[in-house]
Design a binder for this molecule. Structure first.
Ligand code: APR
Length: 320
């Protein structure tokens, strides 16, 4: 059987990490695309030169031409401008929307059967625009945010309780921004929900709120520390888990930004919800029951995403 082909559109900090992880996991041959000449070629060669040490058999190449992504099974999009200190995700909107238009056209022409994972921020609006620009089926275009936000929350909780990350599950839903909604009821340690852990005296309501808040601001915390860019290890690992779920038909239940067709009362918008990812792409949205407070927070988060999409449609009327 021929190897899978993975196209990475954008070969910056996340793109490079994606290529390395995809190589280490032997997910398929990797094509790195970027408008910056030499960057994808250099990173592809550097990673290829590490493959004999780590023993992975994949071909890596770098390109400035969309033709090279022809027939890709998975496309992961990080092309665009990353958030700088003091810059909100929304500031990026105008610049990255134009990038999505180019990327959408490239994918439409050369990789119309791919499973597309968008990472470029502001995520929920960019993935929505990318699906429209590319014309690919809605179940085949998803956004990576929830896996990252949930992973951050899991890390903070494992640290707080001094337990293995393997025993922590967490769900962070809604838009990828300060309005994201961590769901306490479905956040567990070995199946014990957070509200029960509070009752058991493992933690307090206030402490949980602090951890939720740190999760909401997780991206900003890294930006403030790095000063010259945004997070890349955890975002790349998150997107790779989604690509792997698709390529290996794992049917994983992952929080992703998916196009909603009435689920959660939302029409034709991308918002983070739990979804089964397998060979059919985003196969099935899971509608969980939320507390009244979470429902309200989720609605506010969805409204923030809707506002971003409206702004996008104002800039690019062909998105309507
Ligand atoms: N087509 C292809 N690549 C592009 C384009 C374009 N039109 N415009 C910019 N790029 C490339 C840049 O040359 C750069 O190499 O996208 C790459 C982005 O890489 P970084 O600046 O290193 O950003 P990164 O940290 O990888 O984050 C990428 O993901 O999390 C989001 O907010 C983040 O939107 C940002 C994206």
């Amino acid at each position: 059987m021929a190897r899978n082909k993975i196209a990475l559109i954008g070969s910056g900090m996340i793109g490079g990490t994606l290529a390395h992880l995809a190589g280490l996991k032997e997910l398929g041959d990797i094509v790195m695309f970027d408008i910056a000449e030499g960057i994808p070629e250099g990173k592809a060669l550097d990673i290829a030169e590490s493959s004999p040490v780590d023993g992975f058999d994949v071909k890596l190449s770098g390109t400035q031409s969309y033709e090279a992504i022809e027939g890709a099974d998975v496309c992961i999009i990080t092309a665009g401008v990353a958030r700088k200190p003091g810059m909100s995700r929304d500031d990026l909107l105008g610049i990255n929307l134009k990038v999505m238009e180019q990327v959408g056209a490239g994918i439409k022409k050369y990789a119309p059967n791919a499973f597309v994972i968008c990472i470029t921020n502001p995520l929920d609006a960019m993935v929505w625009a990318l699906q429209k620009f590319s014309g690919l089926p809605k179940n085949m275009v998803v956004g990576m945010a929830g896996v990252l936000d949930s992973s951050r929350l899991k890390h903070f909780l494992a640290d707080e309780f001094d337990v293995s990350i393997k025993d922590v599950t967490a769900f962070v839903l809604g838009g990828h921004g300060d309005t994201m909604v961590p769901i306490a009821k479905y956040t567990t340690v070995a199946g014990i929900p957070l509200p029960d852990l509070i009752k058991m005296g493992w933690t307090t309501k206030d402490r949980v709120e602090e951890i939720f808040d740190r999760t909401r601001k997780g991206g900003g915390e890294i930006v403030a520390l790095l000063k010259t860019g945004s997070a890349y290890y955890a975002p790349a690992a998150s997107a790779i888990s989604m690509a792997e779920a698709y390529l290996r038909d794992q049917k994983r239940v992952l929080p992703c930004a998916v196009n909603l067709k009435g689920e959660y009362g939302i029409q034709d918008m991308y918002v983070g919800v739990p979804v089964i990812i397998g060979a059919g792409g985003a196969e099935r949205v899971i509608e969980i029951e939320m507390s009244k407070a979470d429902e309200k927070a989720f609605a506010a988060s969805a409204a923030a995403v809707a506002e971003l999409c409206e702004t996008c449609a104002g800039i690019a009327p062909n998105l309507k």
